[in-house]
Each structure stands twice: as structure tokens, then as C-alpha cells.
Design a protein around this ligand. Structure first.
Ligand SMILES: C[S@@+](CC[C@H](N)C(=O)[O-])C[C@H]1O[C@@H](n2cnc3c(N)ncnc32)[C@H](O)[C@@H]1O
Ligand code: SF4
Length: 378
């Protein structure tokens, strides 16, 4: 049976962080029950389609899934287990924020079959946590981690951000060191993006953010990578590092351009040669599902040539790059027949390596990946 991954969006947060433009609200808690019901209805509407697949990973993301009562997550997962085909050894991830998780929630997640938890840490520095609008302090990171381990969650990720205002290289390395010292299996290390509409974006426009310059930011990235690799974490995607065997299987589905269905507000899907996405308006979302209609707002048919472009651009995000045999198997043509000139150009300017088996970005290519990506668009 074909396999598929499911993403489920929980758009509620206690407070909006200054850098974040994910679809989430801090003032709509009264909508939680209706929203959670709508998620089940949405799944029902996909029932026929989904029954052709078995589910291999589930990712409950946000927003802050841990900001709502644990029973909602439990109910939703039980609903999925009862009604759909499940692969063996499913990876089931939930995103949690320090300060929103307690013993009961950790327990109920475990009972619900969740076997991977991603903690939004961002930094192990109280001054910085405060300055980016986080609701928690460092102490709560340690507490959350401890209680998840107590409930035998054996696969934990920490999200960290570098390039924050007033953050030094020492701050960045200290956060990485703390995550490693705790023994997490996976680290996502994101470069701060100034997203339009966020508080940080507006402050920056007024010249009021003291950001590291580009060289400093790149130094943070490469030093952090060196340190993580030295400590046994494999750098397997631009922003992701894992102990052996703990690469995030759900995210690999995105980078390998395999099918996934996104449920919930603003979620994106890729299946059956289509990309489509849901409305980001919570009232529309609830109303549509109340009338048993899918809340899809946009759709794009992915033809062969777009599929090839996307496969290459996403594939280059992986450090091991694009496997030439896999490419041939999927598209029935050699990658060089389509991109020979592009590959040669970037081998010459030092952004790409071809080791005979795979095409991958060099260290310099990782810094300039945008330049390479545009050339893979035909
Ligand atoms: C969907 S968010 C949710 C995680 C969870 N709500 C939390 O904040 O702890 C996933 C991650 O994206 C990262 N992120 C969000 N906005 C970002 C930005 N503007 N630049 C870089 N990373 C960002 C953060 O590390 C965050 O933990
Ligand atoms: S980073 Fe996480 S907690 Fe902060 S606003 Fe975004 S989704 Fe919510």
C-alpha cells in the first residue's frame, strides 16, 4: 500500500512571539472546541482518499499544540487510529512550548502514541528569551525536558534560533552546548528570518534591531555545525542535525517530495500531483467544515517538469543531496540530461559537488543556496 504523512495544525498560542508569522492566535481560546471538531470533520472528508494509503508519520504542529488540553490531542489521534490504515513504526511528533506542558500532558501524549516531541527552546539565555517575546524562562525548558523523559519520550528535538538581536556567537554556542548536554536526539537550528508583519520586521524597518551582520550570522551557522558534528550529530539538512537513526522522518517526506496531507488552518498538502492549501481564516475554516465542505483555498497541478524542479530544489536542502539513481528511477531520465549545464556551472563556481553518485551543495553552496535554486527553475 502507498504511504502518506499527515500534518495537523493547532493554531493557538499563549502569546505571539516577536519574530513569528506562523498561523496562530493568542485571543481565540473560545474557538478551541469547535476547531478541534472541525479537524475531525476534515479528516472524515478525506476518508475515501486516505484509505488508499497507510499513514507513516503524523506531525502535530502549530501554533502551540501544548497550549490546549491534552485530551483534545488524545481524541484526535484515537480518531485517526480507529479510522485509517497505519504503517508499522509510525513516527508521531508534537510541538510543545516550555511553560505549557506538565506531567499530565506528557502522560496523555505518551498514551496517545506520541513518540517524538519537538520543544521550542529558541535559546538558553533568559535575557534573549525575554527580548524575543517568549512566555518562558530557561528553567522551564529543563523542567519540560525532564518530565518528557520521565514519561519515556525517547526522541526529543529542540528548536533553536541564531542571528537574534543582540545575540553573540558565544550565546549561540552555549545554547547548542546545553541541548547536547541534556542529550537531545535532534536539533533544528534556524537562522532568524524577519517575516513581514511581525514585530521584529517593523522594528527592523525603523532601524531598531541590533542584528548580527551577514558574516557574523554565517560564522554562527558554521561554528554551530562544526560543534554539532564533532559531538556526533549528523548534519542532514540545511537546518537540521540528528544522532544516528533520529533524522525526522516526517520532514524527510517534504524534502523527498513524497505525499502528505495537511489538516487544519492554513495547512499545505502535496498528493496525487497536486499542491493545495487551506484557508487561514479560522471563521471560514470552521464554517466550511460545519457545512461538510473542504476548506481549500488554492490548488496547483504539479506537472512533470514542476515536479522535477521541486524535487531538485528540495533535494539540495539535504546535505547528502540528490541521489542520481533515485532521480533516474523516479523520472526515467538522467539528471544531467536536464540540468547538465546548471550542474557544471555551479561545480565550476564551487557551489555544487558531483561525487558520481549524488549532486550536493558545498559549504559555500549552503550559504548561497538561493543562487543555486533559481537555476533549477526551468
Ligand atoms: C511552528 S514554530 C512552533 C513551535 C512552538 N510553538 C514554539 O514556539 O515553541 C516552529 C519553530 O519555527 C522556528 N521559527 C518560527 N519563526 C521563525 C523565524 N521568523 N525565524 C526563524 N525561525 C523561526 C522556531 O524555532 C519555532 O520553534
Ligand atoms: S514561535 Fe511558537 S509560540 Fe511563538 S508565536 Fe510562533 S508558534 Fe506561537
Amino acid at each position: 500500500m502507498k504511504e502518506i504523512s499527515i500534518y495537523i495544525h493547532i493554531p493557538f498560542c499563549i502569546r505571539k512571539c516577536y519574530y513569528c508569522d506562523f498561523t496562530s492566535f493568542s485571543n481565540l481560546n473560545e474557538k478551541i472546541p469547535l476547531y478541534m471538531n472541525s479537524l475531525k470533520t476534515e479528516l472524515e472528508l478525506y476518508r475515501e482518499k486516505l484509505l488508499a494509503y497507510s499513514i507513516k508519520t503524523i506531525f502535530i504542529g502549530g501554533g502551540t499544540p501544548s497550549a490546549i488540553e491534552g485530551r483534545y490531542i488524545y481524541d484526535l489521534l484515537v480518531h485517526l487510529y480507529k479510522n485509517f490504515n497505519l504503517s508499522k513504526d509510525m513516527e508521531i511528533t508534537i510541538e510543545v512550548n516550555p511553560g505549557t506542558i506538565d506531567k499530565e500532558k506528557a502522560k496523555i501524549y505518551k498514551e496517545a502514541g506520541i513518540n517524538r516531541v519537538s520543544i521550542g527552546v529558541q535559546t538558553f539565555n533568559n535575557r534573549l528569551l525575554k527580548s524575543i517575546g517568549r512566555i518562558h524562562e530557561v528553567e522551564q525548558i529543563y523542567e519540560s525536558y525532564k518530565l518528557l523523559r520521565k514519561e519515556k519520550i525517547e526522541n526529543i528535538n529542540m528548536d533553536l534560533i541564531f542571528g537574534l538581536p543582540n545575540q553573540t556567537l558565544e550565546d549561540v554556542l552555549f545554547s547548542i552546548e546545553e541541548a547536547i548536554r541534556l542529550g537531545v536526539e535532534h536539533i533544528s537550528h534556524y537562522s532568524l528570518i524577519l517575516e513581514e508583519g511581525t514585530q521584529f520586521y517593523n522594528l527592523n524597518k525603523k532601524g531598531k534591531l541590533n542584528l548580527p551582520d551577514e558574516d557574523e550570522e554565517r560564522l554562527m551557522y558554521h561554528k554551530a555545525t562544526e560543534y554539532l558534528v564533532e559531538k556526533g550529530y549528523s548534519h542532514y539538512e540545511i537546518s537540521n542535525y540528528a544522532l544516528p537513526g533520529f533524522e525526522c522522518r516526517h520532514n524527510l517526506v517534504y524534502w523527498d517530495l513524497l505525499p502528505y496531507l495537511g489538516i487544519g488552518l492554513g495547512s499545505h498538502s502535496y498528493m496525487e500531483n497536486k499542491r493545495f492549501f487551506n484557508t487561514s481564516n479560522i471563521l471560514d475554516y470552521i464554517e466550511k467544515l460545519g457545512s461538510k465542505l473542504l476548506p481549500i483555498e488554492g490548488e496547483e497541478i504539479i506537472n512533470k517538469s514542476t515536479e522535477i524542479e521541486e524535487y531538485c530544489i528540495l533535494g539540495l536542502r539535504k546535505i547528502k543531496g540528490i541521489d542520481k539513481n533515485e532521480f533516474k528511477k523516479r523520472f526515467n531520465v538522467e539528471i544531467e540530461d536536464i540540468y547538465g549545464d546548471v550542474i557544471n556551472k555551479h561545480i565550476k563556481n564551487g557551489l555544487i559537488i558531483d561525487d558520481g553518485r549524488s549532486i550536493m551543495l558545498t559549504k559555500k553552496g549552503l550559504d548561497l543556496s538561493n543562487l543555486v535554486e533559481v537555476d533549477f527553475l526551468k
